[in-house]
Design a protein around this ligand. Structure first.
Ligand SMILES: *[C@@H]1O[C@H](CO)[C@@H](O)[C@H](O)[C@H]1NC(C)=O
Ligand SMILES: *[C@@H]1O[C@H](CO)[C@@H](O)[C@H](O)[C@H]1NC(C)=O
Length: 381
């Protein structure tokens, strides 16, 4: 755990200034840039190993990158499960901002697979970490087919996982992107991609963690005399004189008596009838807006007797691990720059110094790799 405060030791600082400085202290609970020694910090799980379904991680900067020395961990086998985690000193985010951030690059054209990470609490057997291991927060992109291209933000509350009810589209290209989840002590949150806010709101409204504060009064009944007819027949409208005399059908004036018609044998010839264009059906008064319209009846909202507020709704009292647990049909997802801290500005800066610094060079490298790939395809055919 690092305290990134300005050093105030041996300096005489007025008390007021000192308190200002302490406010700007970033507490970093975990930061992983995947430099040398990363393997001592991360534990590969044995999950799915006995079925030969556990995928290998590749320690690499990938096929295209902005800095070949800046490595991360990449899924390297198709149709495999992946589970890896790292431990940090246990902490609670009570009264603190929680920032959870990492970068992810799908070098494969990802058609179905996750790119999310998890925060876990309490004691976890990291060697057994897998799909069934309970987690506190799951956050990051998920892609499957055309329908699922979203950022997950699943919060565990009261031993139940709750999905974010808002739609947050994720990035779908083959470049690195930084995903940031921020949880504030006032129970609000922000989701950022590449340091740009994509969603913000409240834990109360955007997840169903607690029962709703208010509900429709189940006892309420629509009053007998409630007028919910928006339109009524115009009482002023009168049937025009002679309306009922208009016949439904009229003789076809264009019809001709056939040449071979024999009045004696066939009877007197009468023209066949056709529908009368003047005939408009039975008369109905026109409709007008009902001046007494009261709108659609709705039951009044009342306080939900089952609602109990939880001022610690946002609190995870013993966060202790960060992990990746994924199923991948096509491998090639590369994770890097994992950060758990309490300081939004620090996270922003880290994203700029890593992803931000390298993104243009990475894009150029990708464009070149793509051009080479297309050229090779064209050469073959
Ligand atoms: C690891 O990644 C590098 C860079 O993309 C690649 O050349 C190498 O073949 C990969 N190794 C494995 C075992 O997948
Ligand atoms: C927690 O879950 C239990 C069991 O589902 C339920 O009875 C209880 O009301 C829940 N508490 C809250 C605060 O949601």
């Amino acid at each position: 755990m690092a305290d990134l405060c300005l050093s105030t030791r041996n300096v005489i600082v007025p008390l007021l200034l000192l308190s200002l400085i302490s406010v700007s202290c970033a507490k970093v609970f975990f930061e992983e840039r995947f430099d040398d020694g990363w393997e001592n910090r991360w534990v590969k799980s044995d999950w799915k190993k006995d079925e030969n379904m556990a995928g290998e991680w590749n320690y690499t900067s990938g096929k295209w990158n902005g800095d070949p020395n800046d490595k991360g961990i990449q899924t390297s086998e198709d149709y495999r499960f992946y589970a890896i985690s790292a431990e940090f000193p246990e902490f609670s985010n009570k009264d603190k901002t929680l920032v959870f951030q990492f970068s992810v690059k799908h070098e494969q054209k990802l058609d179905c697979g996750g790119g999310y990470m998890k925060l876990l609490s309490g004691e976890v057997d990291q060697k057994k970490f897998g799909g069934d291991t309970p987690y506190s927060i799951m956050f990051g992109p998920d892609i499957c087919g055309y329908s699922t291209k979203k950022v997950h933000a699943i919060l565990n509350y009261n031993e139940t996982n709750h999905l974010l009810k808002k739609d947050v589209p994720c990035e779908t290209d083959q470049l690195s992107h930084v995903y940031t989840f921020i949880l504030h002590p006032d129970a609000t949150y922000n989701i950022l991609i590449d340091n740009v806010e994509k969603k913000s709101g409240s834990l109360y409204s955007d997840w169903d963690l607690l029962p709703p504060k208010t509900i429709k009064d189940p006892e309420a009944k629509k009053p007998e005399d409630w007028d919910d007819k928006e339109y009524i027949p115009d009482p002023e409208d009168k049937k025009p004189e002679g309306y009922d005399d208009i016949p439904k059908e009229i003789p076809d004036v264009d019809a001709k008596k056939p040449e071979d018609w024999d009045d004696e044998e066939d009877g007197e010839w009468t023209a066949p009838t056709i529908p009368n264009p003047e005939y408009k059906g039975p008369w109905k008064p026109k409709k007008i807006k009902n001046p007494n319209y009261q709108g659609k009846w709705k039951a009044p909202m009342i306080d939900n007797p089952d609602f109990m507020d939880d001022p610690d709704l946002y609190v995870y009292p013993n966060l202790k691990y960060v992990g990746v647990e994924l199923w991948q049909v096509k491998s090639g997802t590369l994770f890097d720059n994992v950060l758990i801290c309490d300081d939004v500005e620090y996270a922003k800066k880290l994203a700029e110094e890593t992803w931000g610094k390298n993104k243009d060079a990475e894009k150029a490298a990708f464009d070149e790799a793509e051009k080479k790939r297309v050229d090779e395809v064209n050469y073959k055919f």
